[in-house]
Design a protein. Structure first.
Length: 229
């Protein structure tokens, strides 16, 4: 068998402290997983079942990259997020077993074309073009859970040009990592290489050309992304 053109390279992320790389299969994202962020986006803080959207794997951006300001938006937003990297797949995973499927954790930034998202919400349309555009998923190195443990608490911050924008704690998540993994596995068979971006605390805001955005999670370091001027 031959392909009519060369297949795309496998998307991947560096593994912290190693020359190995973590192959990425899919990127799932949890919406409104911090009560304060749900409120600032016009929702409520009820503990309704988590909902998911996706980004393509090839929109990954590594730490330290400079990316162009995306087209078709005048309201690009940062969203600081904990990223869960799965090393084992399954279906209908019990919450008590969910952490055995987690290979590691990373720092992420769910870049969002907020004006496109607002219009999609208004029209009852999907969020794909607001969330899954090119270079919309800056994610730092994956830290093995065997080294950093499983993160249930710890500071999560976002700074733009050194000014604090977002400040929260992983303990503030409405749905914990085990709950998220379990919920997701009821809808799809999760696989090794799947990433889950777990939602953002309050304080999301605009990024403009020449901005430098830093997302920091306690124990995982800092993810830096610069928007080209």
């Amino acid at each position: 068998m031959s392909f009519v053109f060369s297949p795309a390279d496998t998307s991947s992320l560096p593994v912290a402290g190693s020359t190995d790389r973590f192959p990425v299969r899919r990127i799932f994202c949890v919406g409104r997983n911090y009560a304060a962020h749900a409120a600032e986006m016009g929702g409520d803080a009820d503990r309704e079942p988590p909902f998911f959207f996706m980004k393509p794997a090839d929109v990954l951006v590594e730490d330290g990259a400079e990316i162009p300001y995306p087209p078709q938006t005048s309201n690009l937003h940062h969203e600081a997020e904990l990223v869960v990297a799965l090393g084992q797949g399954g279906r209908d995973i019990a919450e008590a077993d969910a952490l055995t499927h987690v290979w590691g954790y990373a720092v992420g930034n769910d870049l969002t074309r907020r004006d496109l998202q607002a219009e999609a919400k208004k029209m009852g349309r999907p969020w794909d073009m607001a969330k899954g555009f090119d270079l919309s998923a800056p994610i730092g190195p994956v830290h093995p859970a065997s080294q950093v443990g499983h993160l249930a608490k710890g500071a999560i911050l976002c700074r733009v040009n050194g000014a604090l924008r977002q400040q929260g704690d992983l303990a503030d998540m409405i749905w914990s990592v085990p709950e998220i993994v379990s919920f997701l596995s009821r809808s799809v068979v999760v696989r090794a290489g799947d990433l889950i971006m777990t939602g953002t605390p309050a304080g999301v805001g605009m990024l403009t050309p020449s901005d430098t955005c830093e997302v920091e999670i306690e124990g995982l370091g800092i993810l830096t992304t610069r928007i080209a001027g």
